[in-house]
Every structure is written in C-alpha cells, then in structure tokens.
Design a binder for this molecule. Structure first.
Ligand code: ADP
Ligand code: MG
Length: 667
C-alpha cells in the first residue's frame, strides 16, 4: 500500500505495477513525462489513404466477437458503418473490449485500411465519448495504457502540490523566458497545441542542463581551491628540448604548450584537457610538459587505454628523451621478474623519471619518489577514475588528459567544465587527407584488388572486423571470418596476420612487431588497433560492418593509415540497407574530427560518444547537446551566477548539485 492507492482507479495491483516502473508517489506519477505525442484527427473513411494510420469514427453494425488464435493471441472482429461504407475492423489482443462493442455503439478506431476499404486493422479502439481529438501524450509504459495513465496523472495533480512546486528562481524564469513549473505540468500532460509542447520541452531541457552545469561547476570550484607548489621549471632547458625536435611546432601546439606552462606555474593543481584530432601532435606537446616537470625533479605517470599504445608511448618517449637524460620505463601486469623489480625500485628511488602503462598502472603496487604529473591519453574516456585513485594513494599531481575526440570549444567548455581545455585545431602541414568511401559487401572484390595493388607497391593494409570470434547469433564479421573472406578474394602469397585484445600481451607485441617491420602485409584486427599502432607504411584500411561503430570511433580507426606522407585510403563496408541510412557519408566527405564528433554527438549524445560512467556526462533525458547548444550555453552561463545568489531556490539547486556530483561521476 502507498499513497498512490488514494488515486481513483489505482488499486493495489496497479500500484505494484507502477512501483516496478519506479513510480511510488503522486509526485513520481506527475513527473513521469510522455516520451512523445501523437496528433489525433478524425479522417472520413472514404478519404482515408490505404496503408496509412488514421482515426475513423463509426457505429457498430455487427457486434464484436473474439476468436482465440493461439496462446496469448486473440482476434477481435466487428463490422462498422462509417461515412456511408461498412467495413470489418480487426484488432489483436483486445478481447476485453468485446462487451462494450455491441451493435449500435459509437467508436473511434485508430489503425489502417489494409488493401481496400473492406478491412481495417486497428491498434486502438475507444468509444466515441472517450476519444480525445488533438494532441495525445504517449507514455510508453509497460503494461499500462496511455489513456489510463493520463487519467491517473490528472487525478494526481491536485493531490500533490509538491510536484508543481517551482524549482527555478524567478529571475531565471524571467530572463530566459521559461515556463513556470505549474504551467509546464499542464503543458506536458495535457498540451492544447504545439506551442505548449515546445514551451514545456524547452523548460525541461533547460533545467536538466542547468543541474548538470551546476554539478560540473561545483566540481571545478573544488579543484580550483586546491593549493599546490608552483613548478619552477627550467625554461632554458625546455627551450633546448623544443629546439631539438625534428620539426617546428604548429601555432596551435605552441598555444597549447603555453597554456599548460601557465598552469604549471600557478599555485593550483592543473586539470587540463588537450584535445585534437588523431595525429595533430598532442603527444609531443605532452612530452614537452613532461620534460618541464622533469626539470623540477618530479616524475610523470603516462597512461594509455591499451597496452599496445602504452608500450608505443614508452618507445617514443625513450627515443625523444634519451639525449636529455630522462629515463623512461614501461610497466604492466605482464612485466615480470627482474625487469619489474628494476622499474618498481627505480620509481621508488627516483632514478626512473617517467613510467608508461595502461590505466591500470596506478593500481599497480608502485610507489613514486615524487610524482608531479600524470598524463592520461584517454581517447574516448576521461581521467575521472584515475584522478580519484591517485588521490587515494596520496598523490595529487597535475593532470593532463588527452582526447582525440575533439569537439568545438564552446561545447567543450560546457561539457568538460571541470577541466580547462586546450585545443589543437590544425594538423601539421604536409598531411594528405585519407580518401574514404562507403560501399557494400557485393563490392568486396574491388576492395581486395585495391589492397593487392597497394601491397604490390610495397605498402601494407589493415582490415578491421567487429568481433573477436565467430558468433552464430551475429551477422557481423569476426577476425577469423575476415581472414577467410580475404583469402577468398586475394592472390596467394600475401602474408595475413590477425590481432585482437584477448590475445596474450607477448603474442600481441610479436604480431605488431612483424607488421611494423613489413613482414606481414595485412593485419586483420578488432578495434585494438584503434589507438597506438603506428605504421606509416600502411596505406589502406577496410572496416567491415562499419555500421557497427560510432562515427568518432571510425575516424579514430582510419587514423591508423595516412601516417606517412603517402596517399591513404579507407573503405567502409556495410550492407546495402544500412548504407542507405547515410550516417557514414560524413566520413567520406570530411577528415575533420571536429565535424565528425559533432555529428556523432548529435546522433548519440555525449554519454554514448564519450562513455557515460567515465565522463560524468549523463545520457540526457530531454536535451541534445548539439541541437540544444544555445540552451546548453545559457544554462551553463546561468549556473555560474547561482553560487552567490541568496534566492532560496538557488540555494536548493546549488545544494542538490553538490550531492549530484557522485551521480554524475564527476569526482
Ligand atoms: P597525436 O598524439 O595528436 O595523435 P602525435 O603527437 O602522435 O599526434 O603526432 C603524430 C605525428 O606527427 C608524430 O609522428 C609526430 O612526430 C608528428 N608531429 C607532431 N607535431 C608535428 C609538427 N609540428 N610538424 C610535423 N610533424 C609533427
Ligand atoms: Mg596520440
């Protein structure tokens, strides 16, 4: 029993049904919003288009009867006169309507005429007196009809004044022209026109974004309050290091480097995101900062999402740092024995300056002499969890997170508001854009020929498959099936190797080394190669079942080719039906990672693009961060003004934001 049973029509069984849906109070009921709206207009039977959903009013001329077709399937039929014609209405699993649909009853049926105007397949039948013309909310709740639910809501509204209590300060409602809560509830559940729906939706989205903005900014204020010892790096040595690089930094790289250096000098902890497309030169910027930190005698932990990438960072940094006396090591669970001891001892005594590893690195039983800096190469994820673990271990280093899913600056500031953001927009000059096309499997021979052509010219290829092993349930390619497919279409004598994340580290390393040295022509792999494998001689990539991947992920994947000065190609293969969706077309049109991630965000939302648990970004219920970007910016601007606002609703919002930090995983 609960207060819901006080509502007319709700008995114990309906109440327990509602409880399963998380609806336990009148307030919960009222705050359950429709997922969409249907527009109901009556259509005269003779004018109803065949095969299109319409609502038709009529009189029963032959009472309804029910046939039991099989378990859980009944068929209700009746004849109806409408607009001067008589036709048969069929509805499945509506046997409970039979008593009401006796001869002479007036009804409205929603559904469609099948072939001619003799048979009408209904998905809903109501008596005319219960029919509501106009906009009808659809709640989509399991086991509860929309009509019934709307009735409960209408009955609940007077019982629960707290649901209609305003949550936003009057100042904000006014300046943003937002509908007050009282009106919103009526608009949401009983909209009279489209304007009411959009007013309600705008208010609901705004509030959702405002609450998120407040949580993000609360976290930011906490971060900024941490006082640290400024790092007085040796600028002369840093300059010498930059001069020794084999290239000139791009303007964007210089700017990002400056922003990082300002952070290092400040008496507060750095928490900065460095974002830029694959190959835009983020790692080199991070390396300069690592070197600066080294000049003050502090160590760096450099973390990457995969072992392959971590090992590669270790190799690159070793090469870069060797002439400058900076020592670098690689550590993972797979590093054992004497080497493990050497690394652990070196970090504890301070003879090792930089350690690279996966994100598990900080969970290793390592002790640093003076950990001053953490670089987290996250690609899609952000360093929230890592930061927390480091803090729990007693370290509070400056943190630089690198993201290869770059987003427009205004959006980044809103979405990653607890971090400062540096952006590398332009790629180093001389990069040739990867030529990309989207095609279907019937065209596979052409692709195989294209690979063979590149291999004959001394180049190498990647083929990406979505699955590790075959799965009878799935129509997607696995790595072994992809190998099979290739063998069927390629000349013999071509060396094919396969790679996936479930292999042993040593095996993975051996396979990548063989590809790097050119011994292997084609590497068939899962998305393990998404980041890190750097083989400039590879010029072609085929991605099988490309529709299985997010746009940003596909862009990351193809970033494995086009790394040398050679023209490179990417072929996205999918089946015809999915090709028609056109989602993948943007990859063929542009190589700009900013545009691609924006499109990805529009389609999937930040929770899916970046990984909800990792970023603190919720899967917004109402708002879309791209389509509602103006609202997002407004909400984030307003959020900043609430911290010092004495208004009691502002105080409540700020308080709730502080407790929401956990829910958003921001801490
Ligand atoms: P990211 O980490 O952003 O993917 P990297 O730092 O790995 O990019 O750089 C990709 C490649 O470009 C590397 O081989 C790097 O040495 C090179 N590179 C970086 N900056 C420049 C530059 N300013 N000019 C030319 N090449 C550069
Ligand atoms: Mg990189």
């Amino acid at each position: 029993m609960n207060e819901l049973t006080e509502i007319k029509g709700i008995g114990p069984s309906t109440a327990s049904k509602l409880a399963v849906l998380g609806i336990r109070t009148a307030c919960d009921l009222i705050r359950t919003f429709p997922v969409r709206y249907e527009r109901h207009v009556l259509t005269p039977a003779k004018a109803a288009p065949i095969g299109t959903a319409v609502a038709i009013q009529g009189v029963v001329v032959q009472s309804a009867s029910v046939a039991y077709i099989r378990k859980r399937l009944t068929k209700l039929t009746l004849d109806v006169l409408s607009d001067g014609i008589v036709f048969r209405i069929t509805a499945f699993n509506r046997e409970f309507l039979r008593p009401a649909l006796a001869k002479g009853a007036e009804l409205v049926a929603t559904g469609r005429f099948e072939t001619g105007r003799k048979q009408f397949l209904a998905n809903d039948i109501v008596l005319s007196k219960n029919y509501r013309e106009g906009i009808v909310p659809v709640y989509g709740l399991e086991g509860l009809s929309d009509r019934l639910f709307a009735k409960f809501v209408a009955a609940a509204i007077p019982l629960s004044p707290e649901a209609a209590k305003e949550t936003l300060p009057a100042r904000i409602l006014q300046s943003r022209r937002l509908a007050p809560m009282q009106e919103v509830l009526a608009y949401v559940h009983q909209p009279r026109d489209e304007a009411e729906i959009s007013a309600a939706s705008r208010r609901v989205k705004y509030e959702e974004l405002l609450r998120f903005g407040l949580a993000v900014k609360t976290q930011k204020r906490k971060n900024d309050a941490v006082v640290t010892i400024p790092k007085k790096y040796d600028i002369e040595r840093v300059r010498a290091f930059i001069t020794a690089l084999p290239f000139e930094l791009t303007d964007d790289q210089k700017q990002a480097t400056n922003e990082i250096f300002l952070d290092l000098k400040k008496p507060r902890r750095m928490l900065r995101m460095l974002q830029g497309d694959v190959g835009s030169g983020k790692t080199v910027v991070a390396a300069i900062a690592v070197y600066a930190v080294h000049t003050v005698g502090e160590q760096t932990a450099f973390m990457a999402p995969t072992e392959i990438l971590a090992r590669q960072h270790a190799q690159n940094l070793t090469r870069l740092f060797a002439p400058f006396g900076v020592t670098v090591a690689y550590l993972s669970g797979a590093v054992k024995g004497a080497e493990r001891k050497r690394v652990i001892d070196g970090l504890a005594s301070g003879t090792l300056h930089v350690v690279c590893g996966t994100h598990a690195l900080i969970q290793e039983p390592v002790v640093f002499k003076r950990l001053g800096f953490a670089v987290i190469d996250e690609q899609h994820r952000f360093g929230v969890a890592q930061r927390k673990i480091l803090r729990e271990k007693g370290y509070d280093p400056d943190v630089l997170v690198m993201s290869a899913t770059p987003i427009p600056r205004t959006l980044a500031i809103a979405l990653f508001g607890d971090m400062d953001v540096s952006t590398i927009r332009a790629l180093p000059s001389g990069r040739k854009p990867i030529k990309t096309d989207v095609t279907d499997f019937t065209d596979f021979q052409r692709l195989a020929d294209a690979i063979a052509h590149e291999i004959a010219a001394g180049r190498q290829a990647y083929v990406i498959a979505p699955l590790v092993g075959s799965d009878a349930e799935s129509d997607a390619y696995s790595v072994p099936e992809a190998v099979e497919l290739l063998r069927g279409h390629m000349p013999s004598g071509i060396n094919i190797a396969s790679l996936h994340g479930q292999m042993k580290s040593a095996d993975k390393d051996a396979i990548i080394d063989a590809f790097r040295t050119g011994e292997t022509d084609i590497l068939v792999a899962t998305t393990v190669v998404e980041v890190g494998v750097d083989v400039p001689n590879a010029t072609v990539m085929i991605i099988l079942n490309a529709d299985r991947f997010g746009l940003s992920q596909l862009h990351q994947l193809r970033g494995r080719v086009g790394r040398g000065g050679l023209q490179s190609f990417c072929h996205l293969v999918t089946d015809v039906a999915r090709l028609e969706e056109g989602r993948l077309a943007i990859l063929a049109e542009t190589n700009d990672g900013f545009l691609i991630s924006e499109e990805d965000l529009r389609r999937r939302g930040p929770g899916d693009v970046f990984g909800e648990a990792q970023t603190g970004m919720p899967a917004f219920k109402a708002a879309n961060v791209i389509d509602d970007r103006d609202l997002l910016e407004a909400a984030f601007t307003d959020a900043s003004t609430l911290f010092d606002d004495p208004d009691h609703l502002a105080r409540i919002l700020v308080g709730e934001a502080a407790s929401a930090i956990d829910a958003y995983h921001l801490d």
